[in-house]
Design a protein around this ligand. Sequence first.
Ligand SMILES: Nc1ncnc2c1ncn2[C@@H]1O[C@H](COP(=O)(O)OP(=O)(O)OP(=O)(O)O)[C@@H](O)[C@H]1O
Ligand SMILES: [Mg+2]
Length: 361
Amino acid sequence: MPSPAQGDERESMNFDGSFLNQLQRSSDALFQYLEQFPRVRVLVIGDLTLDEFLMGQAERISREAPVLILRHEVTRQIPGGGANAVYNLARLGAQVKVGGFLGKDEQGSALQQIFQGAGIDTRGILIDPNRPTVTKTRISGHARQSVNQQIVRIDRKSDDPPELDLQLQLADYVKQQLATVDAVVCSDYGDGALMAPVIAAALEHDRTIVDTQTDLHRFQSATLFTPNLPEAEQAVGYGITNQQTLLRAGQDLLQMTQARAMLITRGEAGMTLFEQTPTGLTSQHIPAFNRTEVFDVTGAGDTVVAALTLGLCSGASLWEAAVLGNLAASLVVRQFGTATTTTDAMAETLRSLLNLEGSES
Ligand SMILES: Nc1ncnc2c1ncn2[C@@H]1O[C@H](COP(=O)(O)OP(=O)(O)OP(=O)(O)O)[C@@H](O)[C@H]1O
Ligand SMILES: [Mg+2]
């Protein structure tokens, strides 16, 4: 009899037989792609964010105002937004170049240091003297022997786009790098790295993967888009509430963008891949691999993009690449905040998924 945990895991995966068969058939290839990741060269153009966490223990109420005083214990700084996609790629072993903007501030230096520590080529990062580094600072506190609780978040960002001159400089950098990378990833959180001249330069590469929170139309004819469900709904202008509307949305999005493929990520429902093939539109559903141990889904989409890009560059089909993205996401949703995973962890999880199937047949 399976242990309760094992039983839950099977239950939660809700795989149908055909998905498992397909996974089994591709398994040798999937392990091989993982081994190729260190050879892959990727340029990420991204809205770079610093996620900051300040934590302390609640001591007393202030005499200045009716507020808590926390005694500072620890500060954590983690790449967020497009910087999370960059960091995920590096932690998966790829050769990563990053293009984008940082402010002339401590937060920008912190992010540069994190990147350089991970072996990321930061020569494409331009300093924007007029705009701060996008920073989200969460302040949380805890009473003695109790769990941390977020009290407030402070965001630093500008509503203005970078000046045209800076946009053109970034576009030039992108053009110079096109021949040196296997793929270009656009990680667009709407903070100004992905303006028209930069997008035009990125789309000159024949493998451009786009994860955007802004208008998909701006990236016409990219190879692949990875909208999450709300982003897909926003783009098509109707709710995606059942199989029928999901299929219609996939079709509409492909038509709208002229992309080769569209991967709609659907949180705990997994993801659906729509592909334009010579014989017509195909759609394939990939169930989430892990729903029982989910701790924090923040940034899972960035992880999907990272792993699937490396899959595609290693020779995987779109479906296989999406499976790798799904596998990587299943690992980061078990961790706190935006997080990363490694090819070793992915291989181990893949092995256990395959064993699970073996014990069921
Ligand atoms: N609750 C969950 N349980 C299991 N897997 C999940 C869960 N949420 C997300 N995932 C995995 O992560 C993938 C991406 O998640 P989602 O669709 O939420 O992306 P996203 O909204 O773009 O994320 P973000 O913008 O925070 O990076 C899903 O397709 C799935 O594989
Ligand atoms: Mg996303």
